[in-house]
Ligand binder design. Structure first.
Ligand code: ATP
Length: 335
């Protein structure tokens, strides 16, 4: 079990500062997810925690002890990457036990640990197979299993599911959630691009922007109370609708934001009206795209199958209390 403290961490590659002063506490046993646009520094921050990159300045501590200069193998971490990095000529069993054997662990103890991890990840039937005889999802589970047997204090994941197809992603995501529950003493830090992974796996999400922390909170906090336009637009799918100028003025804001599920199509009255430009049926829901005269079409969620046709004029109203207001600097000023 490890608690992590990051204090004003900075990282430069040459003259290029990539991490610009990141401070946060990650609680023991917590599942922390780093999200943010491509290039914002998620992987670099993870690699600094792992010790795979040197910290330029600032302090990184595990359980109160500074680890800036501690080599990766002595940090009690295990890392799972997007590419599984398994040894192709070794069986699943050998891949999983290799690190432990290197560390000089007793053979019997190795076997027990591998068998327990294999059981946890439903890999028992595959222990004698080679990686090429496995599916992508099974290979990634082996990579996770190899990390588990090392009994790390901190588990680091760098987009572990991004090479998997949609169905396998869901199955492996559920596996990782289960793993965190069963290894409740292990701190997990997880980098992803995927909204659903972030929302479903995280105890807390850290949104990074251009090498800085924009907001840290539980998935629901970020979804319901984003502190900036940036977070509001980043968290949630479809993206929050933003309306400026004439639309925002009555709300005393520079800009307002409303989620698709907080707009309702009404028969009469309504706050705004617009023309249907497109609709998407998802089965359980539909998204209706309305041109209300703003920069972009507004997306309205409708339960069930939409009956609305392109060209049709609709009136819409926001759910009371669900209009996010932002100032000219993009800061949230309440709802
Ligand atoms: P993505 O989501 O695309 O993987 P990311 O948020 O994980 O992006 P990083 O991989 O941390 O971003 O990269 C952050 C920035 O640092 C990028 O501009 C990248 O080009 C730069 N960078 C990363 N590693 C190095 C390196 N070894 N040398 C120079 N620049 C680097």
């Amino acid at each position: 079990m490890a608690e992590l403290q990051l204090r004003d961490i900075r990282k430069s590659f040459g003259a290029f500062e990539v991490i610009k002063g990141v401070s946060m506490d990650i609680r023991a046993g917590e599942f922390m997810v780093f999200v943010g646009p491509s290039g914002c520094g998620k992987s670099t921050l993870l690699r600094l925690i792992a010790g795979l990159e040197d910290i330029t300045s600032g302090t990184l501590a595990f359980d109160g002890e500074t680890v800036n200069h501690v080599v990766p193998s002595k940090r009690g971490i295990a890392m799972v990457f997007q590419s599984y990095a398994l040894y192709p000529h070794m069986t699943v069993f050998e891949n999983m036990s290799f690190g432990m054997q290197l560390a000089g662990k007793d053979k019997e103890q190795c076997r027990k640990r591998v068998e327990a991890a294999a059981e946890m990840l439903q890999l028992t039937p595959y222990l004698e197979r080679l990686p090429r005889q496995l599916s992508g999802g099974q290979r990634q589970r082996v990579a996770i299993g190899r990390a588990i047997v090392r009994d790390p204090k901190v588990f680091l994941f760098d987009e572990p599911l991004s090479n998997l197809d949609a169905a396998l992603r869901v199955a492996t995501r559920i596996e990782i959630a289960r793993l965190h529950r069963s290894m409740h003493k292990t701190t997990m830090i997880y980098v992803t691009h995927d909204q659903v992974e972030a929302m479903t796996l995280a105890d807390r999400i850290c949104v990074l922007r251009d090498g800085l922390v924009e907001q840290i909170g539980t998935p629901l906090e970020l979804y319901e109370r984003p502190n900036s336009l940036f977070v509001a637009g980043f968290i949630g799918s479809p993206k929050m609708n933003f309306l400026s100028a004439a639309f925002a003025a009555p709300y005393n804001a520079h800009r307002i934001g409303i989620r698709a599920e907080h707009l309702e199509i009404v028969e009469q009255g309504g706050e705004w009206s617009g023309t249907v430009v497109h609709s998407e049926m998802l089965g359980s829901d539909s998204y209706v795209y309305l041109d209300v005269g703003a920069d972009e079409p507004v997306i309205v969620r409708e339960g069930g199958t939409s009956r609305h046709q392109p060209g049709q004029t609709l009136r819409i109203s926001p759910t009371p209390g669900q209009v996010h207001r932002f100032d000219a600097g993009g800061r949230a000023i309440g709802r």
